[in-house]
Design a protein around this ligand. Structure first.
Ligand code: G3P
Ligand code: MG
Length: 227
């Protein structure tokens, strides 16, 4: 079973922070999922919500803040909002990185960052997995970069989703646990596409999805996933 640490290991440490990533690495995950935004001054940062209130002591929209402003905030336990680059340095290929694209202006800088890590720092394209809920973005990635693995995110049942995923050659579909069933899993597998389910924290539910035949599980408590 592929173990995916959700926002690092968000059940144990503040989500999308460096200590959350450290925890996920300690728990020996296969993949670390990180939500990535581009802030007003152009830096790529780890953050989930469009606004700052839930996870920091700040207020307002993240994309309207400069990196310097974001650095003033407490993202939990005194942690700062990290850049994607600091996360990649910390991970240092000890796990694969699932970059989930959030917000506008994120796609191109992320592709650029991946190229940099592949060409200069000895990473492989396979060390990355880019995901998004937006089909238009996924299409664009495939058009621009044929080698970067793609995870197509699915929140609700959607007609033609698997056909689309096959067309753009996704590595996996990342599916909301509420809509995963054995038909979807079988249909994806027939097309050579893996099925990852999010976000599953309950032990009984983890056992259920394993039996159902998913390939990977996103969890805030990735150690609960087991082998
Ligand atoms: O990538 C899996 C999951 O994180 C997708 O939803 O809203 O938690 O980013 P969200
Ligand atoms: Mg996410």
């Amino acid at each position: 079973m592929i173990k995916i640490g959700h926002r690092g290991a968000a059940g144990y440490e503040p989500e999308n922070t460096l200590i959350s990533i450290k925890k996920a690495l300690e728990l020996k995950v296969d993949i670390i999922e990180l939500d990535v935004y581009c802030c007003q001054s152009g830096e790529l940062v780890l953050f989930h919500d469009p606004t700052l209130e839930r996870t920091t002591n700040g207020k307002g929209y993240l994309i309207r803040k400069s990196y310097a402003e974001l650095q003033q905030l407490d993202a939990g336990k005194g942690e700062r909002i990290p850049t994607l680059e600091s996360a990649l340095k910390l991970i240092n290929r000890k796990a694969k990185v699932n970059i989930e694209l959030k917000g506008r202006r994120t796609l191109h800088p992320v592709l650029h960052m991946i190229e940099k890590y592949v060409h200069y720092y000895g990473w492989q394209y396979d060390d990355f997995l880019i995901s998004s809920f937006k089909r238009s973005k996924l299409k664009k990635i495939r058009k621009l970069k044929s080698k970067i693995p793609i995870g197509a995110l699915l929140l609700y049942r959607s007609l033609g989703f698997l056909k689309f995923s096959q067309k753009i050659k996704t590595y996996a579909i990342h599916v909301n646990y509420k809509i995963v069933n054995s038909k979807l899993i079988n249909d994806a597998h027939k097309k050579g596409i893996k099925v990852f389910v999010w976000t599953v924290n309950d032990l009984q539910e983890i056992t259920y999805f394993k039996k159902l035949g998913v390939d990977g599980i996103f969890s805030d408590y990735p150690d609960r996933i087991g082998e």
